[in-house]
Design a protein around this ligand. Structure first.
Ligand SMILES: [Zn+2]
Length: 446
């Protein structure tokens, strides 16, 4: 398979980056953009010149897969070592010095094991790849990389038929705001405890039936126990499902994946085994049952069902509000080597509403229309959207700001012709805004 034009452009940009004096750029390309063939191509160019490549992988499940891709691509495997970073660090002194170190899933690379290898070979050029050059706490990769080489966006890939378009639904099944946070991430156990009950299983299954019935789905759960129970619940509802995790014996895992490919298994439950790079057959639905603060994890899981197929529309069913923390998968994001500006500590849900979800049809959409006005009706089903508490407060504040500076001289609330005027009246009289709200409501003004 030849490289796509945008992949060729990226490789050219990487070369340019070295010419500009950089030693460790990081390629940023969305999931599904074909990162593995890009690094395979770079590795081949390196070994073709007789130079040595060291490829750092962070999951053992990926080593064979990458080896296959590299071999197919014509990389000279005698000059290329692929392995787990932990394994390499155990015998750094026995490693042949590489000319190029490739780091897969580069967002992990601040971990000390990666740094040990980088420091052992200070003369080696490096290249990293990731879809999300950002860490859990929002910090960037400036400590290990000296440039970002940014490729096309998710939107672009959808528009050019390299990824499937998607519909994003967000039916909530439990109140996720009470889950504990441990070291910056939601505590998986407390999330699982909240999600492990019959009624919730029933809700998840009925939403799957309603929104993606019969489609091949990958279901991401909070813990292994949760995942096993979810698979059992699907199965007992007559929807063939299976669970796999990192401890599942390889034979069994392979069999399950073959069954999933054939459609014998329809819903494949896991925790985070099926993340970036882990090859599973095509599916068209992702069910999110694991709340996460990690943008990387969110992007990897939600986009797993977007592999391109003609006429396909992927369905993402987010039961845990991940969209409200991270926005939609194809939202434009500005990547910086230094990371994202630290957000203030915030209460849940996130202060800034990135995406809204319809209470009737569960579809998601931006909270404001093209004119910057708050969406009052669902653009998909037309349902009237309730205002969030915060929005009611915001509107009240806006009205108050607007009327400040006006001198209104009404003698009685009956003279007021709008909610704004009632608010102004209330303010002048020292009444609470709730009074104006009540009066306006009584008069049918709101
Ligand atoms: Zn709707």
């Amino acid at each position: 398979m030849p490289l796509r034009q945008y992949q060729i452009d990226l490789i050219r940009d990487v070369k340019q980056s070295y010419k500009d004096g950089k030693k460790a750029p990081c390629i940023v390309l969305p999931c599904g953009g074909g990162k593995s063939v890009i690094v395979a191509d770079i590795a081949k160019r390196t070994t073709d010149k007789g130079n040595r490549v060291l490829f750092l992988v962070h999951r053992k499940e990926l080593c064979d897969q990458i080896r296959d891709t590299f071999t197919r691509w014509g990389v000279n495997m005698e000059l290329c070592s692929i392995g787990m970073v932990q394994t390499f660090t155990r015998h750094i002194d026995r490693l042949e010095p590489p000319t190029l170190i490739i780091t897969d899933e580069n967002h992990h690379s601040l971990a000390s094991s990666y740094r040990k290898i980088y420091q052992a070979f200070p003369d080696a050029y490096r290249i990293g790849v990731t879809a999300t050059p950002v860490r859990l706490d929002g910090s960037g990769l400036a400590d290990v990389n000296d440039a970002l080489v940014i490729g096309v966006t998710v939107k672009w890939l959808i528009e050019h038929h390299y990824l499937s378009p998607y519909d994003y639904y967000a039916p909530s099944v439990a109140d996720m705001s009470k889950i504990r946070t441990v070291r910056g991430e939601y505590d998986a156990k407390s999330a699982a405890n909240m999600l492990m009950n019959r009624t919730i299983y029933g809700d998840v299954i009925s939403h799957y039936r309603k929104l993606a019935n019969g489609q091949k789905a990958i279901c991401y759960c909070a813990t292994v126990k949760h995942s096993k129970e979810m698979a059992a619940a699907f199965s007992s509802a007559g929807i063939p499902a299976a669970h796999i995790d990192g401890e599942t014996p390889k034979d069994e895992r392979d069999t399950t994946i073959v069954q999933f490919r054939k459609g014998v298994v329809q819903v494949l439950c896991n925790v985070d085994l099926i993340s970036e790079g882990f090859d599973v057959p095509d599916c068209s639905c992702a069910i999110l049952l694991r709340p996460t603060k990690s943008l990387t994890l969110y992007i990897q899981q939600s986009m797993r069902c977007m592999r391109y197929k003609p006429n396909k529309r992927a369905v993402i069913i987010d039961h845990v509000g991940n969209y409200s923390r991270h926005g939609l998968p194809d939202q434009d994001r500005e990547w910086k080597l230094e990371g994202q500006p630290k957000r203030k500590k915030q209460k849940e849900p996130a202060e800034e509403v990135l995406v809204k979800s319809c209470p009737e049809c569960y579809r998601t959409f931006p909270p404001k229309d093209a004119n910057g006005q708050r969406m009052q009706f669902c653009p998909f089903c037309g349902a009237k959207l309730p205002m969030a508490k915060r929005e009611i407060e915001e509107q009240r504040q806006a009205v108050l700001r607007k009327i400040e500076g006006f001198v209104l001289n009404y003698d009685s609330p009956n003279d007021c012709t709008s909610y704004n005027e009632l608010l102004a009246y209330a303010k002048r009289k020292g009444y609470k805004p709730g009074w104006a709200y009540y009066q306006a409501k009584k008069r049918g003004m709101i």
